[in-house]
Design a protein around this ligand. Structure first.
Ligand SMILES: [Zn+2]
Length: 404
């Protein structure tokens, strides 16, 4: 608890319930939390929260702003013809769907506004980079990021959706994407898609070194194959001193192998500082959140596909995603439900390298307010976000985006 002293606040939130059970006032000045105390001096902008719970802004650590069909006409999901799921078949279907869809700018803006209404204040978006798309989607997402910069902060991953070493011209485009504003280098199933684990990882880590950037790799490859890739990613990250800058999204393999095998790889990931993201898919094994955390791995959450050619579900709501992860993981206790929220808040902020995150004095005032008595109830009930603040500015009210 800081003392307010003579601080002058832009906004004071009163009757605010914190996750620790204390009811306080929160003074905001110059976009930051300037004081938290039992009573703060009155200011022009007083907002009584009526005892509602204040949480840090939600972090959606994995979206695809270029793929979502939110903001466009309803598109029924198109089933593939293959007996088993095929990434490349889905890519071909997606290309047909997106060719007739509204422009990326329109759909990405609609997704951002929906997400902000649900309290997302930071997101990491993958953007397709391939010889068909070129850098068009990247340019669109960069433009949308600029338009919404006061509302949500966005990291962009250059994502080789059609493969990297197996898709001629992609490496050069990824290099160009990194020069033009992408923040991280993406990857995709080095073995399953490129059939060349070392080749793709040489390219991904090489680009990351060249541009002094972090890495975020989609990894769906199964069981032993996927585990070998995770071990290799951990080894390379450690050798290059990239702790805290490498994330693997999905890492299904960790949920498909015997627990002892997953444990060995988890310890390697922890030692290398590689984080793991899950969205707890309903139709596939995924890593044990608690096993990874116990091993020291930072586990984070993201929505991934939201109403696009891959997946018809999703509402861009990270409280809902945290609930789905808790539901799928068998979380029941308040403490476990707190873990589910942590994946979408503090752990995600750490993995994404967000500075000054949280509900404490000095932190950026990215805050959400929900009518819940504690964190566990916020996850199970997912109440409408009554207020969403980005750097101290009210950007959504009662679930609705207020405008840029
Ligand atoms: Zn994805």
């Amino acid at each position: 608890m800081a003392n307010a002293g003579d601080a002058v606040f832009d906004t004071v939130l009163t009757d605010a319930l914190l996750a620790d059970g204390n009811t306080v006032s929160i003074g905001i000045a110059a976009g930051r939390i300037a004081a938290i105390g039992a009573a703060l001096p009155a200011t022009r902008e007083q907002v009584s929260l009526g005892g509602s719970l204040v949480l840090p802004g939600l972090v959606d650590a994995h979206v695809h702003l270029d793929k979502s069909l939110i903001g466009d006409a309803w598109q029924p999901h198109r089933a593939g013809k293959s007996a088993t799921f095929s990434v490349m078949e889905r890519v071909a279907i997606e290309a047909e769907v997106l060719a007739r869809a509204a422009p990326v700018e329109q759909r990405a803006a609609a997704l951002i506004e929906l997400a902000v209404g649900h309290g997302t204040t930071h997101m990491r978006s993958h953007v397709d980079i391939d010889p068909v798309t070129g850098l068009k989607s990247l340019h669109s997402v960069l433009a949308v990021r600029e338009r919404y910069k006061g509302v949500v902060s966005i990291q962009i991953v250059a994502f080789p959706q059609r493969g990297l070493t197996s898709c001629a011209g992609t490496f050069e485009l990824m290099d160009e994407a990194m020069r033009e504003g992408a923040d991280l280098v993406g990857g995709l199933d080095p073995s399953g898609v490129d059939h060349d684990m070392h080749g793709q990882l040489d390219a991904v880590f090489g680009l990351a070194q060249r541009h002094d950037a972090g890495i975020d790799i989609h990894l769906h490859d199964a069981a032993a194959e996927g585990l070998a890739e995770l071990d290799e990613i951990a080894q390379r990250s450690k050798a290059l001193g990239m702790a805290g800058r490498v994330n693997v999204s999905h890492a299904y393999a960790l949920g498909m192998v015997p627990k002892a095998d997953a444990q060995r790889t988890a310890e390697r990931l922890a030692a290398a500082g590689v984080s793991i993201l899950t969205n707890a898919p309903g139709n596939h094994a995924y890593p044990s959140v608690l096993q990874l955390r116990a091993a020291g791995v930072t586990v984070i959450a993201g929505n991934d596909n939201i109403r696009d050619a891959w997946w018809p579900y999703g509402d861009a709501d990270m409280l809902e995603r945290a609930m789905l992860i808790g539901y799928g993981s068998g979380f029941l206790t308040d403490q476990e439900l707190g873990v589910a929220l942590d994946l979408a808040t503090h752990s995600a902020a750490r993995a994404l390298g967000l500075d000054d995150y949280g509900v404490h004095v000095g932190a950026q005032a990215d805050l959400i307010v929900v009518g819940a008595r504690n964190v566990a109830e916020a996850i199970v009930a997912r109440p409408v976000r009554s207020h969403v603040f980005k750097a101290g500015r009210l950007v959504a009210r009662n679930g609705k985006f207020l405008g840029r």
